[in-house]
Every structure is written in C-alpha cells, then in structure tokens.
Design a protein around this ligand. Structure first.
Ligand SMILES: [Fe+2]
Ligand SMILES: [Fe+2]
Length: 188
C-alpha cells in the first residue's frame, strides 16, 4: 500500500486533470456554432461532487488534519483556513452547477457567467491543493508518527474513486477517455 502522502498527491493530480478538462470544455463552448453537448461537463461536475468533495476533503479533515492538530497545535490557523477552503469549494461547485444548468436552459445566454464561475472554481482549487502540498504535507511528514499514518492510511485506502480507482463507473467512461486522450502526445 502506498504511503498516504503519495495517495493524497495522486488524488490531487487526478483532480487537476479533471480541472484541465473542465477548463478546456468551457473554453470550447465559445467557438461552438450550435448548442453543444454538455454531458461531459455535467459528468465533470458530478465527479467533483462524488469523489473530491465527498471523500478526499472530508478524510483530510477527519484524519490528516485531526492528527496534525494533535501533534502540532501551531498548525491550527493553517488548518482552519484549509477547512474554510473546503467549505468554500462546496459553495463554488454549487454556483458552477447553477451556471451550467442556466446556460443549458438559456443557451446561448449565460456563457459569461459559466466562464467566470469556472475560472473562480479552478483557481480556488489549484490554490488549495498547492497550499496543502507546500505547507500541510511537509509538516505532516515531520510531525506524525507510525500510528497516525496507519489510521490515515486505512481511511484513504477505503476511498473508492469511481473514475481513477480499480473500477471505472460507466457514467464516467467518456470523461475518463477524454482525460486519457488529453495526456497523449499530440501529433508528430
Ligand atoms: Fe483539501
Ligand atoms: Fe487535498
């Protein structure tokens, strides 16, 4: 089993790949001459709901942050801020879902709001992941003991990612293929 720090970093990288598809898909809407198929965008937002928001961030709070608060009381302000960002992320994804639904309903109106909501969400997530990797993970590596890591490891091992995990759920197939294609080198 990989170390929880590696698991968390992998989950971050996967989220970032999803954010890239989100950015690409929203950027492509401006060039579309007719109403585009929005299924990929809906499944992108749905993935963020069911994996990062439902499992990744809550497990950070419940296990990693909790252990760090115990071992490093000085980290409280940093962890409070990151927990605020988790709550803010949930609010921003709701706004993004609303913007997508409104665009779907009122097409071609609502594109600027959707673009803005996407920018805000993606920037906030990247800033959040960066802060965890720069500040929280190194501090955790220094301060937590074997027993702490055992608990964290068991908690993250039960995260079953519906797209990057062992079983790709049917609803995420198109999004996963898009992510895989994006990673391939393009052209000679
Ligand atoms: Fe987080
Ligand atoms: Fe995280």
């Amino acid at each position: 089993m990989s170390h929880p720090i590696e698991t968390i970093k992998t989950e971050h990288r996967n989220l970032d790949r999803v954010l890239e598809v989100l950015e690409d898909s929203v950027a492509a809407l401006a060039a579309a001459g007719t109403k585009p198929d929005l299924d990929l965008l809906y499944s992108t937002l749905y993935y963020i709901r069911v994996f990062p928001d439902k499992l990744h961030h809550p497990k950070e709070e419940e296990y990693l942050f909790k252990a760090l608060r115990r071992r490093q009381p000085d980290s409280a302000a940093l962890l409070d801020e990151l927990e605020k960002q988790h709550a803010e992320g949930a609010r921003l994804i709701t706004e993004l879902e609303r913007a997508l639904t409104a665009y779907d309903r009122d097409y071609p109106d609502g594109l600027a709001v959707l673009q803005e909501a996407t920018r805000t969400y993606v920037d906030a997530q990247r800033e959040h992941i960066g802060k965890e990797e720069r500040e929280v993970l190194p501090l955790a590596r220094e301060s937590l003991n074997e027993e702490d890591w055992g608990d964290i490891s068991r908690a993250f091992a039960t995260n079953s990612d519906p797209m990057f995990g062992d079983n790709l759920e049917t609803g995420f197939r198109a999004l996963f293929e898009r992510i895989t294609r994006r990673a391939e080198p393009s052209g000679p």
